[in-house]
Design a binder for this molecule. Structure first.
Ligand code: M6R
Length: 369
């Protein structure tokens, strides 16, 4: 039931802190050791693999794209992220040392199910990340890591997305431990960062007024662009997808570094652009490059809404609006920066009088290929 909320989507966004906390529960001990009990007995497999392929569709694929950064950094295994429907209809190189990780909220998405079956038949080992107990995809996989976001009713995926990133990060730390790729100390530090995320999401949710007002002002907007870099890139893609599916507005996400390779031609006076700004405490070069991107598009008249961490003053001269997120380690920013983008799409769709839970032409679970 919706409780006191105006929509399932509003309710589900409010449940994001809990979705992350419950997904972590029972997988990090008092000393900060990350062990996913469902992966017990797979140590040999994790020691043997030389490559990971993540397969998923839509929002789940953007969670996978975020996860790639963590798996490569922590577990030091190369990762490719593929759309399920593209993976299956070519001749991907799969060996017994390939681990295929599927991500699906429903566990019933036909494109992903067929890709998992194909991967198994081709000799890969398969792990599924799924939010629905006993669904078909986990049953077809060698192992499953459940996300514990609770049932997601709204067609647009929100709380499942943050839970999927959480599960991927736990998986990355689990594999890093087994492979000896990280020290116990570093694993504990990262686990503590993850455990701090639920309270930080709750803080973001308390500051929704600016983004909701913005959505009301922008109800007549025809096109919105989203820019991000590093883990902010898949977040830009996800922000654009949310706006397309909920508000029926043409929206595109880009890697900020691609701007000068084409998309900057789209910038004309008044064009709204959301920019997911990486922390200045992380890789300095990435932060300053994104700030330069903001200045470049500002000079061409773009209207800039920056999602930036508290205290980042570099964005102030060029951004029209700044949405603040609490400080977090660089890899953890996506779990915070996606929230205002979800709220924005929902508020804009509501301002247009649209049904945010049941957007036109879409189904919650896509059970045909
Ligand atoms: O159930 P799944 O996670 O496999 O669904 C995958 C996509 O169909 C899904 O994420 C879709 O993109 C959502 N409508 C996005 O909000």
């Amino acid at each position: 039931e919706k409780g006191g909320w105006s929509s399932f989507m509003a309710k589900e966004i409010s449940e994001e802190p809990e979705a992350v906390a419950k997904t972590i529960l029972g997988r990090v001990d008092d000393r900060g050791t990350v062990t996913i009990p469902e992966l017990d007995g797979l140590d040999e497999l994790f020691l043997d693999i030389d490559r990971i392929v993540v397969i998923a569709c839509g929002t789940a694929s953007y969670a996978g794209a975020v996860g790639k950064y963590a798996i490569e950094k922590w577990a030091k295994v190369p990762v490719d992220v593929e759309l399920s429907h593209e993976f299956r209809y070519r001749e991907p190189v799969i060996t017994p040392r390939t681990l295929v990780i599927s991500i699906s909220q429903s566990g019933e998405t036909m494109d992903t199910l067929m890709a998992v079956k194909f991967a198994r038949e081709s000799g890969a080992r398969t792990v599924s990340i799924c939010n629905t107990q006993g669904a078909t995809i986990p049953r077809e996989s060698d192992a499953v890591v459940y996300t514990h976001a609770g049932p997601e009713v709204a067609v647009a995926s929100t709380k499942a997305f943050v839970a999927q990133i959480t599960a991927l990060y736990l998986l990355a730390l689990h594999v890093a431990r087994v492979r000896g790729a990280l020290s116990a100390e570093v694993i504990a530090e990262q686990a503590a960062e993850l455990q701090a995320i639920p309270d930080k999401i709750a803080a973001v949710l308390e500051n929704n007024d600016t983004i909701e007002q913005l959505a009301h002002w922008m109800a007549d907007t025809r096109a919105v662009l989203f820019l991000g870099r590093h883990v902010g890139f898949p977040i830009a893609m996800e922000g654009a997808l949310k706006l397309k599916e909920l508000a029926y507005i043409h929206a595109e996400g880009f890697a900020a570094g691609e701007l000068k390779h084409g998309p900057i031609a789209l910038i004309e006076p008044g064009q709204p652009v959301f920019v997911v700004v990486p922390s200045p405490r992380g890789a300095q070069t990435i932060h300053s490059k994104v700030v330069s991107n903001i200045e470049e598009i500002r000079a061409r008249g773009a209207r800039i809404i920056a999602i930036a961490e508290e205290g980042d003053v570099a964005v102030l001269p060029s951004a029209d609006e700044v949405i603040r997120i609490p400080l977090a380690g660089p890899l953890f920013e996506p779990l915070l920066s996606v929230v205002p983008l979800q709220v924005f799409a929902m508020a804009l769709a509501s301002a247009k009088g649209l049904d945010v839970d049941q957007p036109r032409n879409l189904a919650k679970s896509v059970t045909v290929e």
